[in-house]
Design a binder for this molecule. Structure first.
Ligand SMILES: NC(=O)c1ccc[n+]([C@@H]2O[C@H](COP(=O)([O-])OP(=O)(O)OC[C@H]3O[C@@H](n4cnc5c(N)ncnc54)[C@H](O)[C@@H]3O)[C@@H](O)[C@H]2O)c1
Length: 259
């Protein structure tokens, strides 16, 4: 197995894309720590991973808080014996036009998506450098490559992740640590489904959330169907093994964005 003997950490690993990534990393042989704020889904993911014969750890952490991020990395190393692969996936969205968007919305989105990515990378690099090997995989978005209406703050935070990933990769290029990002397209997680999700917010008059979800897939995605969390997991496994891919932000989006 490609990742046997490696230890991975996935933030936001209990839900959606993070769960798909944790699943694929474990299937490829890695022991996996899942971290986040809600314990129940993290525990469920950890027992799935243990069911595959891998070791798992559950860590409570808010990625926007430096002390909690430091503890998260330390707990991974204490419980699983090291840190080889870090997937900084935790993220938040608020869907609002500029008139409605408050300073608090902007700060909240950036504190998790942009600052959270920076804090996680900072702690992870410290753990990986002595070993001279590491794989950091940030999760940005196609909204980190192109703007979408009502996502201006979210988009700005995800563009930040793309730029940060590229600069950090160059800074670390001779340390054995690669830094890349995955840019997911459209996936039916909490970000799209439910009352606060994009399908509901981007509903046309008279449309149900389900109708909006189907229309948005048909209109926005050249392939006509959404991607899955496991699609992101497949790319994470590749990036966790590839020695000479660094500084890249790679779209998995059915053709929505091509740069
Ligand atoms: N779903 C999509 O279509 C889509 C598209 C592009 C990018 N993304 C990105 O993928 C990542 C995962 O999102 P998802 O779609 O699975 O949505 P999700 O809401 O299901 O997952 C987000 C995860 O992040 C965790 N989280 C949020 N704030 C946190 C914090 N401060 N500290 C620790 N954990 C925190 C949540 O608990 C949750 O587990 C996000 O970075 C998101 O921006 C999603």
């Amino acid at each position: 197995m490609k990742l046997q003997g490696k230890v991975a950490l996935v933030t936001g690993g209990g839900h959606g894309i993070g769960a798909g990534i944790a699943r694929r990393l474990a299937e490829a042989g890695a022991d996996v720590a899942v971290a986040g704020r809600k314990m129940e889904p993290l525990e469920a993911m950890a027992s799935e991973i243990r069911g595959m014969g891998r070791r798992a750890a559950v860590i409570s952490a808010d990625v926007s808080q430096w002390d909690q991020v430091q503890n998260m990395v330390k707990a991974t190393m204490d419980e699983l014996g090291g840190l080889d692969i870090a997937v900084n996936n935790a993220g938040v969205i608020r869907i609002k036009g500029i008139e409605e968007m408050t300073e608090e919305d902007w700060d909240f989105i950036h504190s998790v998506n942009a600052k959270g990515t920076f804090l996680c990378c900072k702690a992870e690099v410290e753990a990986m450098k002595p070993k001279g090997w590491g794989r950091i995989i940030n999760v940005s978005s196609i909204a980190g490559k192109e703007g979408f209406p009502t996502l201006s703050a979210y988009s700005a935070s995800k563009f930040a992740v793309v730029g940060f990933t590229n600069a950090l990769a160059k800074e670390l290029a001779r340390t054995g640590i690669t830094v890349n990002a995955i840019c997911p397209g459209i996936i039916a997680t909490n970000m799209w489904r439910g009352d606060a999700g994009l399908a509901a917010k981007w509903r046309k008059e008279g449309e149900t959330e389900e109708e909006s979800w189907k229309r948005n897939q048909a209109v926005l995605i050249p392939q006509g169907e959404a991607q899955t969390p496991e699609d992101m997991g497949d790319l994470a496994v590749y990036l966790a093994t590839a020695p000479h891919v660094t500084g890249q932000s790679i779209n998995v989006c059915g053709g929505v964005v091509s740069h």
